[in-house]
Design a protein around this ligand. Structure first.
Ligand SMILES: Nc1ncnc2c1ncn2[C@@H]1O[C@H](COP(=O)(O)OP(=O)(O)O)[C@@H](O)[C@H]1O
Ligand SMILES: [Mg+2]
Length: 324
């Protein structure tokens, strides 16, 4: 397999002001801390973890909407951190993002045509806009008459279709879908996930699909990566991850996916306890394994040493002292 995106030891530390009035200092918030990850050409890599664990930061790093503090990100073998000017613009058009909030991410004063065609204008291809906007609207299932309307005239699901049309008009290869359905009604979520999946097949796209729970990514992912407090703690093929997770955090996340079948509800409640406890601060992460303060299996080594990432089975990566 060939990696379209390859992150090696990537860190993103945000400088944050801490301390009181007299002792103000800048402390690095380790939003992404030494992450290595591959996204294979043509796959959907699901990226899950609780809010604040660094998913959006990692997603934006992979398309250089943010620059890494350290580490390397390659797109089709090219180190994107080293690119500038024309070469950077060229790879940027191959990497796009669909945002979570279809309300906040679309300019309310622009028509759908202007929103969808803006990337063409930015890349100096405005002349071909009219036809391509029409093609994109039909591709994402919006009527042709939508082009002269404004975002507020559409439902949440339709707005997300507008955001998808905008992201795809430059024919990218890699698309970060940053919680694209989290703000939508459950009844609409499946439609958007199905649309993204159809478009992937038609256009040969590769996705990094971010979600905060494992329920949403189950359908669409080829493999799933789990993040906790700036670290990737487990990566596996989808079926393996759901059926035989090795990290206690992944098990907790699986148990906290809402259970709808009555016969499973009692069990779901009992296991959901596993993810009790507050998420520690990324400004001052726990020593050793960052999950140790919430882990039901914690041992003394977990408080003292950071677990290395191991590969107990081919393609199954896990960072836990107790995983075998
Ligand atoms: N621009 C920023 N400045 C400082 N801290 C930030 C900034 N953006 C995100 N963070 C912090 O980085 C951590 C990871 O954030 P984020 O990547 O948005 O996580 P997620 O998408 O998983 O919710 C959080 O603690 C968040 O508060
Ligand atoms: Mg986010």
């Amino acid at each position: 397999m060939t990696a379209l995106i390859e992150a090696v030891d990537v860190c993103k530390h945000y400088p944050v002001e801490t301390g009181g009035f007299l002792r103000r200092t800048t402390t690095p918030l380790r939003a992404v801390d030494s992450v290595s990850l591959r996204v294979e050409a043509g796959e959907t890599l699901g990226l899950v973890g609780e809010s604040g664990c660094g998913k959006s930061t990692l997603g934006r790093l992979t398309i250089r909407l943010l620059s890494a503090t350290s580490g390397t990100i390659r797109f089709a073998g090219q180190d994107i951190g080293a690119l500038e000017g024309k070469a950077l613009r060229a790879v940027r058009r191959s990497m796009q993002i669909v945002f979570q909030d279809p309300y906040g991410s679309l300019n309310p004063r622009m028509t759908v045509e202007d929103i969808v065609s803006e990337p063409l204008a930015i890349h100096g291809e405005g002349a071909s806009a009219a036809n391509r906007v029409a093609d994109m609207l039909s591709l994402v299932g919006l009527p042709a008459r939508a082009r002269d309307r404004f975002p507020h005239e559409f439902s949440g699901g339709q707005r997300q279709r507008i955001g998808i049309a905008r992201a795809l008009i430059l024919k990218p290869k890699f698309v970060v879908c940053d919680e694209p359905v989290s703000a939508l009604d459950v009844s609409v979520q499946a439609q958007i996930v199905n649309l993204l999946q159809d478009l992937q097949g038609e256009l040969g796209l590769t996705y990094l699909f971010i979600a905060h729970d494992l329920g949403v990514v189950k359908h669409i992912s080829t493999r799933v990566a789990v993040m906790y407090l700036g670290k990737v703690v487990e990566v596996a093929a989808k079926d393996t991850l759901y059926a035989a997770p090795k990290h206690p955090y992944t098990r907790g996340l699986i148990a906290s996916v809402p259970v709808t079948h009555p016969s499973q509800r009692a069990r779901g409640r009992a296991e959901r306890k596993r993810l009790d406890g507050d998420i520690p601060s990324a400004l001052n992460p726990p020593s050793g394994c960052r999950f140790h303060t919430r882990c039901p299996l914690v041992q003394s080594i977990c408080r003292e040493r950071e677990p290395p990432t191991t590969e107990p089975a081919p393609g199954h990566l896990v960072a836990c002292h107790l995983a075998t």
